[in-house]
Design a protein around this ligand. Structure first.
Ligand code: G3P
Length: 236
C-alpha cells in the first residue's frame, strides 16, 4: 500500500518527504484554508516540487462546465496534478469527460460502494472513501474499503485505485493495508504516531546505555569506528 500525505502544509510535507516513504499528497479546500494566505497554484506547484508523485488539487465548482474548466487549468500546472472532484452526478459527468482527455482524477467524498463503483465506471484514477467520517457516525468505514476493494477486484477492466482517506489513527493504516487499499492518505500527526513504538524507544535507550557502560574509552562511536578500522588492519 502506498502512503500519501493528507495536508497542504509545506513544512509538514518537507519533513515527511525526508523519510523517503511518500508517494503523493492530497489536499482539499479545508486543508488549504488552514494555510493562511497561501496561494493555491503556488502551493500545489511547490508540493509537486517536493514530492514526485500524484498531488491532488480539488475543484470548487459544482457544475459540469465549471468543474471541467478548473480541472483542465489545474492539470496544466504540472504532470503530477490529479484533479480532485466530489462524487456528485455533475462530478461523475465531468470525470467521464476528463478521463477521455487523459486528465487524472481523484473522486472524493465517497461514502458507499455504489458511489465508488460509479466513480470507477466513469474512469476515475483514484476514488477516496472517507473512513473516519463514517466511523464518526458509528458506521464501519473500513468495511467500506473492504467492499470496494473486493468489488474492484472482480472486474479486470476497473483500473481505479482505492485511496483510503479520512484516516484518523494508526490502526486505520494497518486495516487499510489488510483490506488491500492501493493508497492511504494520512495526516502528518497519524504518520508520526505510526512510526513510534514505546518498546523501540526503550530498547534503543537500553542499547545505548549498555554500550556506554561497556567501556568509557569506546563510548564514542567515532572512536569505535577508528578502533574497528584498527581491528580490520590487524586482521588484514
Ligand atoms: O482529504 C480528504 C480526507 O482525508 C479528509 O479527511 O479528516 O477531513 O475527514 P478528514
Amino acid at each position: 500500500m502506498k502512503i500519501f500525505l493528507d495536508t497542504a502544509n509545506l513544512d509538514e510535507i518537507r519533513e515527511i518527504a525526508a523519510w523517503g516513504i511518500l508517494s503523493g499528497v492530497t489536499t482539499n479546500p479545508s486543508l488549504l484554508a488552514k494555510e493562511q494566505g497561501a496561494d493555491f497554484r503556488e502551493t500545489i506547484a511547490e508540493i509537486c516540487r517536493l514530492v514526485n508523485g500524484p498531488v491532488s488539487a480539488e475543484v470548487i465548482a459544482t457544475d459540469v462546465p465549471g468543474v471541467l474548466a478548473e480541472a483542465r487549468e489545474y492539470a496544466a500546472w504540472h504532470p503530477n496534478v490529479v484533479v480532485k472532484i466530489p462524487l456528485t452526478p455533475n462530478g461523475i459527468s465531468a470525470v467521464s469527460i476528463l478521463a477521455r482527455e487523459g486528465i487524472k482524477t481523484n473522486v472524493t467524498l465517497c461514502f458507499s460502494a455504489n458511489q465508488a463503483l460509479l466513480a470507477a465506471l466513469a474512469g476515475a484514477t483514484f476514488v477516496s472513501p472517507f473512513v473516519g467520517r463514517l466511523d464518526d457516525i458509528s458506521e464501519d468505514g473500513m468495511a467500506l474499503i473492504r467492499d470496494i476493494v473486493k468489488i474492484f477486484r472482480n472486474y479486470a477492466y476497473i483500473k481505479t485505485h482505492v485511496l483510503a482517506a479520512s484516516i484518523r489513527h494508526p490502526r486505520h493504516l494497518v486495516e487499510a493495508a489488510l483490506a488491500g487499499a492501493d493508497v492511504a492518505t494520512v495526516p502528518t500527526a497519524v504518520l508520526k504516531q505510526a512510526i513510534k513504538h514505546p518498546l523501540t524507544d526503550a530498547g534503543l535507550e537500553k542499547f545505548l546505555s549498555d554500550w556506554n557502560k561497556r567501556s568509557t574509552n569506546h563510548a564514542n562511536p567515532r572512536e569505535r569506528l577508528e578502533n574497528s578500522r584498527g581491528f580490520a588492519k590487524i586482521r588484514g
